[in-house]
Design a protein around this ligand. Structure first.
Ligand code: NAP
Length: 253
């Protein structure tokens, strides 16, 4: 049996991506901290299609040991697709940012994603059909005011994943690495970034996507030979693209 792993599946883009992959008949491993929300998602999936295996893992991926434990715990599963979607933002000027929150953000957005990507590449480099999809942001291609540190984490995600995709191509690997770069999407993201109890983009932004629309873009990227699925922060159009960052291949003897 093959599985799709989705981190950050308890809400927003990850939640809808899980439903989208379930509609494709994919068995799922759903990861996030809130077990209750993951259980809710699992029962929603089982209602739609009862013949899928849905595994739930409640863990905090900002803790390094948990990240390794997650991967080790999945050793017996055949993982067709790994989606590193868990992440969060923070709206503040650099001098005013809460360093505890920032440390957690760096652990989750950068460290966990790098460890999980590396372990997955190590095991699945030459497995036909294997895909790694890392969720960056339109803010991983241009810096947004009051979001400098968050954008820098997403520049990392974009550069790391685009670079990995080029590296895999150079190695002639069977595995594909791809980046999804959403622009503003109605999820719990802004609420956490602002540190508020509730927040909606409705009436605040003239344009944004729903998480369901973003999950549909995720599927388009999954089906595509392109490396980058990019949503413009200006037009909100979705485009499948070649890597954006320059890549220098070094000739080896
Ligand atoms: P969201 O609704 O807040 O979802 C974030 C997910 O990450 C939740 O499932 C959350 O679950 C999980 N998560 C957070 N901290 C975690 C931790 N320490 N360990 C494990 N899981 C954790 O926001 P979203 O918009 O769907 O975000 C998904 C991705 O899209 C993020 O990487 C975000 O940066 C990116 N993105 C979002 C937007 C946007 O406007 N919404 C735009 C560009 C990029 P728990 O709380 O249960 O752990």
């Amino acid at each position: 049996m093959k599985y799709t792993v989705i981190t950050g599946a308890s809400s927003g883009i990850g939640y809808e991506t899980a439903l989208a992959f379930a509609s494709r008949g994919k068995n799922l491993v759903l990861v996030a901290r809130r077990n209750v929300e993951l259980e809710k998602l699992k029962s929603e999936i089982v209602k739609i299609t009862s013949n899928l295996d849905v595994v739930i893992i409640a863990t905090d991926l900002s803790v390094t040991k948990n990240v390794y434990d997650l991967y080790e715990g999945l050793r017996d599963y055949q993982i067709e697709t790994w989606i590193n979607n868990a992440g969060f933002g923070n709206f503040a000027t650099v001098g005013n940012q809460n360093l505890n929150k920032i440390e957690t953000m760096l652990h989750l957005n950068i460290e966990a994603l790098t460890i999980l990507s590396t372990l997955y590449v190590r095991d699945y480099l030459n497995v036909e059909g294997s895909q790694l999809i890392n969720v960056s942001s339109a803010g991983g291609y241009r810096i947004i005011e009051d979001s400098v540190t968050y954008c820098a984490t997403k520049f990392y995600v974009s550069a790391f994943t685009e670079g990995l995709a080029q590296e895999l191509k150079g190695l002639g690997a069977k595995m594909k690495a791809k980046v999804l770069a959403p622009a503003s999407t109605e999820t719990e993201f802004a609420k956490h970034a602002f540190g508020l109890e509730e927040f909606s983009l409705k009436g605040v932004l003239p344009k944004y996507h729903t998480a369901k629309e973003m999950a549909a873009f995720m599927l388009k990227l999954y089906d595509s030979e392109k490396i980058l699925g990019y949503v413009s922060g200006i037009t909100y159009e979705f485009e499948l693209k070649d890597p954006v960052f320059p890549y220098v291949a070094i000739k080896k003897n």
